[in-house]
Design a protein around this ligand. Structure first.
Ligand code: JDH
Length: 236
């Protein structure tokens, strides 16, 4: 998979190469290219922002550098997926990560200030499939942190990126439940004991206990993921 990132803060992405994604890049599974949007400016001050038409607070990213940058990084690409992180976008979920992990070429356009001139999204739609995606319902200062989170979530779904294939096998069950709690040695730590069932060697009992824990955690935090319980909907 090829991933291009356009940002005025390219050094944000240095950490990605250090983590598990670095190995994938060395192995040629992932081709991550981070570019400074200011490469596509031509004025003395390398300007990427301007005042908003219609007035209002803050600055807006001007379209010209974006147009040139998108032309260059999508050149010769069949049908890239162009992603603009945005607080107004569709919410990013594991299903989004899975869908995007199957694409051949992703381009992330990281906005700053109050966002990007709207015409950039229209123009990008002539080059590829455009997605406005939000990392979550809170306000960040720009698209970089959202892009890093999305690349990490997408990257670990690409075969060969995650070191331990078993951890992906477990996830691929995709039963929609949250994970069970994990423990390691020592079996007693600061007066806290590991649940006895996990030390029992009874693999059936362990599997049942873990499934119960998953259901209980899911009921507490994401009741929408569970089927309605019998007797849970009184009519009077
Ligand atoms: C991209 C610039 C900063 C800050 C206006 C929006 C009131 C607009 N989950 C996520 N949160 N934030 C982002 C994100 C933020 C970005 C950019 C992504 C580019 N910014 C910015 C404030 C506004 N504000 C909220 N309204 C309720 C108006 C942009 C993001 C993602 N992904």
């Amino acid at each position: 998979m090829r991933i291009d990132v356009l940002s005025i803060f390219p050094s944000y992405f240095d950490g990605l190469a250090l983590s598990l994604l670095g190995k994938a890049q060395d192995a040629g599974i992932l081709d991550l290219r981070v570019r400074d949007l200011r490469e596509w400016t031509s004025d003395r001050h390398r300007t990427v922002d301007d005042t908003p038409y219609g007035g209002g607070a803050g600055m807006v990213m001007k379209p010209e550098p974006w147009g040139l940058a998108l032309d260059e990084v999508t050149e010769g690409s069949e049908r890239p997926t162009v992603i603009f992180p945005s607080p107004a976008g569709e919410l990013f979920t594991q299903a989004t990560a899975r869908e995007l992990s199957a694409r051949e070429h992703l381009v992330f356009g990281c906005g700053r200030y109050e966002g990007i001139d709207e015409r950039v999204f229209e123009y990008a739609a002539t080059l590829g499939d455009v997605r406005l995606i939000s990392l979550g319902d809170y306000v960040l200062n720009g698209g970089e942190v959202a892009t890093m989170a999305m690349i990490e979530a997408i990257g670990r779904l690409i075969p060969g990126v995650v070191g331990n294939p078993e951890s992906l096998v477990e996830e691929s069950h995709e039963d929609g439940l949250l994970e069970y709690p994990s423990y390691t040695k020592p079996s007693v730590w600061r007066e806290r004991e590991v649940p006895a069932v996990l030390l029992s060697g009874n693999h059936g009992a362990i599997a049942s206990w873990r499934r119960e824990q998953q259901i209980e955690r899911t009921r507490r935090r994401r009741p929408d993921l569970l089927p309605p319980e019998a007797g849970d909907h009184p009519h009077s």
